[in-house]
Design a protein around this ligand. Structure first.
Ligand SMILES: Cc1cc2nc3c(=O)[nH]c(=O)nc-3n(C[C@H](O)[C@H](O)[C@H](O)COP(=O)(O)O)c2cc1C
Length: 209
């Protein structure tokens, strides 16, 4: 009987410590990161604002944001890559807004959620959503998309990239993080092409061809 009580106490302590550690970790990672602003691309035929809130562990979000902007830059785009703290001070408008959110406990990070909720200039704007996580991002992606559409923005695409779960099942031997960056870069190129084609179609319609 005494042994059984000891086992139960040990199990309770382990569960309690795990929950406390998880809550503490959640509080740490949900703290808004510092102001940081970078520019990618020399030509500014089009301008994009890529917004993320840095994760203190591996910072995949910053790397993915840069990779996406580098993809855009191949089609003469200039991008500002801003943390939420830096983006709050930007007043210009852009041809494209990209939100790159980390997933914490099946939801997009708080800083990105609050930024979108408090935005007053997203209506009618083109927006791309990128949801990051270790591998369980479905609910978080849906929440990010809903926040964007609630602002009456035009969600032109939404993708997820993972830290742990294979981003490409056919390339499990290569670094999953590198694959995520390559995919984000290609995603940037694809979006740039799509917007250029859209604009060309509008121009040819306007000129009657
Ligand atoms: C407290 C905590 C909760 C997390 N919850 C999730 C989750 O629900 N789903 C998921 O896919 N990843 C989850 N992750 C993983 C993070 O989303 C992932 O580490 C982050 O997106 C990538 O940031 P990093 O590259 O800087 O680590 C969690 C991480 C922490 C620390």
């Amino acid at each position: 009987m005494k042994r059984r009580k000891k086992i139960m106490t040990t199990i309770f302590i382990v569960i309690a410590l795990t929950v406390i550690t998880w809550i503490a970790l959640t509080i740490v990672v949900q703290q808004m990161g510092p102001e940081k602003l970078a520019t990618v691309g020399k030509n500014d035929d089009y301008n994009a604002l890529v917004i993320y809130d840095p994760d203190p562990i591996y910072n995949l979000d910053e790397k993915v944001s840069i990779a996406f902007a580098e993809g855009l830059s191949e089609s003469r785009w200039k991008s500002k890559i801003a943390t939420v703290a830096a983006a709050k001070k930007i007043e210009e408008s852009f041809d494209l807004y990209v939100f790159c959110a980390n997933t914490y406990n099946w939801a997009p990070d708080k800083a990105i959620r609050n930024y979108i909720k408090n935005s007053t200039d997203l209506e009618g704007q083109r927006v791309v959503a990128i949801t990051l996580g270790s591998g369980s991002t479905k609910r978080s992606q849906r929440m990010l998309e809903a926040l964007i559409t609630q602002k009456k923005a035009t969600l032109i695409d939404s993708k997820t990239f993972w830290l742990m779960k294979p981003n490409d099942e056919s390339k499990t031997k290569r670094s999953n993080r590198k694959i995520a960056l390559e995919m984000a870069n290609n995603f940037g190129k694809e979006i740039a092409d799509r917007i250029r084609n859209e604009k060309n179609e509008v121009l040819s319609k306007d000129s009657g061809f």
